[in-house]
Design a protein around this ligand. Structure first.
Ligand code: HEC
Length: 140
């Protein structure tokens, strides 16, 4: 009897102790702080920056309809260079757009490394041009 009462009070005591420490609450607080700290310095992504531009909308639709996304991302090198890096390298001029559109259709290698870009013989010049205009728009 006496033992039973003792162990019960120990359990109650322990439970009360854990509760008053607020262990659970503290973790929740910490993770909220972390989330806020991470969210604060985030810049506007290139996608957000240009999402309302008709050149962006049209080009993105065509890029998505082709195989480009398998090798290219906006902000990160995949098999091919990031679109943002391509946009940083070439000025957005008619001559550059035409040159790069031809390269997308014909394929090519050697500008960014040893991996070749596959040819896209089924793309029309208009489609390739719209895609390249979209790529060159993606400047930071
Ligand atoms: C099989 C992978 C692959 C696919 C699919 C692909 N690319 Fe590429 N792309 C590359 C690689 C690799 C390079 C770098 C070529 C080089 O170094 O000359 C590149 C380069 C480019 C460049 C820059 C060319 C230069 O001379 O600087 C553009 C623009 C481009 N790709 C657009 C596209 C578009 C638009 C599509 C979809 C129609 C596409 N790519 C599909 C792999 C790919």
């Amino acid at each position: 009897m006496k033992l039973n009462f003792l162990s019960t009070s120990v359990v109650v005591l322990l439970a009360g102790f854990a509760f008053s420490c607020g262990g659970g609450e503290k973790t929740a607080e910490t993770s909220t702080e972390t989330a806020t700290a991470e969210a604060a310095p985030v810049e506007v992504s290139l996608e957000d920056k240009y999402k309302d531009d008709p050149i962006y909308i049209k080009g993105l639709e065509k890029v998505k309809g082709s195989d480009c996304t398998g090798c290219h991302q906006v902000d990160r090198k995949l098999i091919g260079p990031a679109y943002a890096d391509v946009a940083a390298k070439y000025e957005n001029t008619e001559a550059n757009v035409a040159m790069l559109a031809k390269k997308v259709i014909a394929g090519g290698v050697g500008v960014w490394g040893e991996i070749p870009m596959a040819a896209h013989p089924n793309l029309t010049e208009e489609d390739a041009t719209d895609m390249v205009r979209y790529v060159l728009l993606l400047r930071k």
